[in-house]
Design a protein. Structure first.
Length: 489
């Protein structure tokens, strides 16, 4: 089978300037390996080339060629996997290659040595530097644009280490995002620690002696005032003082879930039926005949609650809206996915949920009609969902470390960012803090991220990514029906 050697031509005359028989592409290539890849410096002096084979191992070498003479300037070796894309920085001093195994490598062109290796969670099909080479952009299998700050060699989304680093089983932020509960196992027992995001103060670890499991549903719930948190296993519920970290009270009772309702005056749990507990964890007279298996959501006025029951038939999750004072069933229905987290909108008109396949749903409380987002912002289980204080947007967090912003009424996906850009994905819990624009993200490795979702910040990101004003088509793709603006000042 014939192959085409790398050849340079004079554009004006069509005259061949040089040819490299040892560097071949071809009209045919193995789809498992991909086509030849070439990149040229902005000045046109240096060419990077990777030919397609015939063996995949041949693609682990990049040849830098003097574009004027055709002679080899440098050979870049020691790549771990065949590359999928590459690009030079504007000054021609760096070359970035994206490897099929998920590694992104930045090379020093002068020395031929790798300057930085970034292990992502996906295969990156496109890479590019910002004009000043201070940022790197990658996009790949997860459908996520990742931004790296190369001046600090860290992901663009900045973080702080809120609590000691470890792999936590569960992380749950309070309703206002000011406090976060971290649960983990060590030795033969379980522990909890509570961190104050405002002051940085942490409680000493509290020994729970509960059988906590590494599942997507969080076995805990915050009181609306943020002063205590309830945590449970299948047989016991404990109430933890958020200031001291000490156990206030506990009771042995079958508990598939817990959730505060009626402005925190009662706790919902479930064994064979749904049970309501008073502040002393004593059963109230109000009960519901169905079970509640997860995701209790309380309306802002405290009068109603949304309770969710597992169903192993067509509907994976049955939902019930009840009057808290009497346990009376107001409305019920089914969803085709198991949920892990739910929330009531501030005006009580919608219930939002996310779950097993990363999908996001809303339920209209008046009609009972569910709506599913047309796109998914996650590639793994959704584990948290929250409304903005004004009820116009939703934020969801997932086990793959992604956080997505949604229009609460249309369920249009507005933006997705990733906190896990290197190594194994780290699950995250996201909530609005300080109004409708700032999202605080608590990761299961103890880090906390701040995401400014304001449109002017998003436009600034777009300018940094493109290095120019977006075209009208690019603007529409990124910002929908928002009137066109100049992206860069």
């Amino acid at each position: 089978m014939g192959q085409w050697p790398l050849t340079a031509y004079d554009v004006a005359t069509g005259k061949r300037l040089w040819q490299r028989p040892d560097l071949r592409g071809g009209p045919y290539f193995d789809t498992g390996i991909g086509p030849p890849i070439a990149a040229l410096t902005k000045t046109g002096d240096l060419l990077a080339f990777q030919h397609p084979g015939p063996d995949r191992s041949d693609r682990t070498t990049t040849t830098l060629v003097n574009a004027r003479t055709g002679k080899t300037a440098k050979v870049l070796r020691s790549q771990t996997d065949p590359p999928l894309d590459m690009a030079f920085s504007d000054d021609g001093r760096q070359l970035v290659t994206a490897q099929s195994g998920g590694e992104v490598v930045i090379w020093d062109v002068a020395t031929g040595a790798p300057r930085l290796r970034l292990k992502t969670t996906e295969a990156s099909w496109a890479v590019a530097f910002s004009p000043d080479a201070r940022r790197l952009y990658t996009g790949g299998d997860d459908g996520i644009l990742r931004i790296y700050d190369l001046s600090g060699q860290r992901p663009y989304l900045r973080s702080t280490q809120t609590v000691p680093p470890r792999q936590y089983l569960h992380v749950l932020a309070s309703d206002n995002g000011q406090k976060t509960a971290y649960l983990w196992r060590e030795g033969k027992t379980s522990w909890m620690r509570i961190a104050n995001a405002t002051t940085g103060v942490m409680t000493t670890p509290t020994r729970l002696d509960l059988e906590l499991q590494p599942v997507a549903r969080t076995p805990s719930a915050w009181h609306p005032d943020g002063q205590e948190v309830a945590v449970h296993d299948l047989e016991t519920i404990k109430i933890i003082d958020a200031r001291t970290g000490k156990v206030r009270k506990e009771t042995r009772i079958p508990a598939a879930t817990v959730g505060y309702v009626d402005h925190g005056k009662r706790i919902v749990t479930s064994g064979e039926a749904t049970t309501y507990l008073d502040p002393e964890l004593s059963p109230a007279r109000v009960t519901s005949t169905f079970t509640t298996d997860c995701c209790v959501a309380s309306s802002k006025d405290g009068e109603t609650a949304a309770l969710f029951e597992n169903d192993f038939g067509v509907s994976r999750q049955n939902w019930h809206i009840v009057r808290v004072a009497t346990g009376e069933l107001v409305r019920s229905g089914g969803l085709p996915v198991r949920l892990n987290s739910t929330a009531f909108s501030p005006d009580g008109r919608l219930i939002a949920g996310t779950g097993a396949d990363g999908a996001v749903f809303t339920i209209d409380t008046a009609s009972g009609v569910p709506r599913r987002a047309a796109t998914t912002g996650h590639n793994d289980e959704g584990i948290s969902i929250r409304f903005s204080p004004d009820g116009t947007r939703l934020v969801s967090g997932a086990a793959d470390g992604t956080v997505s912003l949604w229009d609460a009424h249309t369920l249009d996906l507005l933006w997705t960012i990733a906190t896990s850009t290197e190594g194994k994905p780290v699950a995250v819990h996201a909530t609005f803090t300080g109004g409708n624009d700032i999202v605080t993200i608590a990761a299961y490795d103890g880090k906390t991220y701040q995401w400014d979702t304001r449109i002017n910040q998003t436009i600034a990101y777009a300018c940094a990514m493109a290095g120019r004003n977006l075209t009208p088509d690019e603007w529409t793709q990124a910002f929908g029906d928002r009137p066109y603006e100049r992206t860069c000042p």
